[in-house]
Design a protein around this ligand. Sequence first.
Ligand code: ZN
Length: 291
Amino acid sequence: MDDIITALPKVSVQPFLNHLNSIEETINFTVELESNGELSFLDTTVKHNSNGTLSTTVFRKKTHTDKYLSFASHHPIAHKIAVIKTLFCRANSICGSDQDRNIERAHIRSALKMNGYPSRVISNAMRARPASSSKVMMKPKATVVLPYIKNVSECIKRILLPLDIRTCFKTHTTLRQLLVHPKDPIPVESQTGVIYQVSCGTCHISYIGQTGRTITHRLKEHKQALTSPYHFSAVAEHAMKESHVIDWKSGKVIDICHQLYLVVIWSHGTLKLKGAKSTEMKDCCLKFMVA
Ligand SMILES: [Zn+2]
């Protein structure tokens, strides 16, 4: 249990607190009373006006520095627009009076400018209408998770949108990933949830697949499929159909990924996409050959 706000006659506060603390000795409740007619609750400051009414404004800790995602940082523009919208949405929903709302909006504008946001972007984001509920409810055919690279990722997103494929971005390398290693790294061959590649030793085309287990385990199954009818493998199928020899030693992990991934491959200048059918994180949820 976290914060709870309530209104009680002053004389009842201490008896009520004593009662709460008498119920279970391992649970200790504390109380914070209003000071100067104000009390903060979550991200709201509740003001107790002299005429007995209550008004609300946005609460910020004294140590709050108004630092938000910098406009210059390497993030999709949608994340920056979301920062603006969230702040203004909070101002609109929390501030009880027009006066408080205008003060809060002016504060947000100056804070955003301090973080490098141009006035034009702030105004446009404020004017944009929220997405219609029907649009939000529609489930895309598939989701692609791509490392975010400015200007490139946006292009891919635009190409995939008419195909009803949602694009999500992830960070590729952060300073934290580079510098912070509290534990010995697990070798990639022993990591679960990977995207891997294995090549045909005869025609040199590659197979890219995803598994929720380790690459070692999955490659073993591909090999078993060469001799066993109980295992299915597109790699083994290719080897048998074409009488080619798979270069098992070429098997390598190309990414660690615990989510369902849809890999986008450029082949001979044409964008080729093969969708994943299962939404569960299983083997074989993605398989195709890449020339
Ligand atoms: Zn081959």
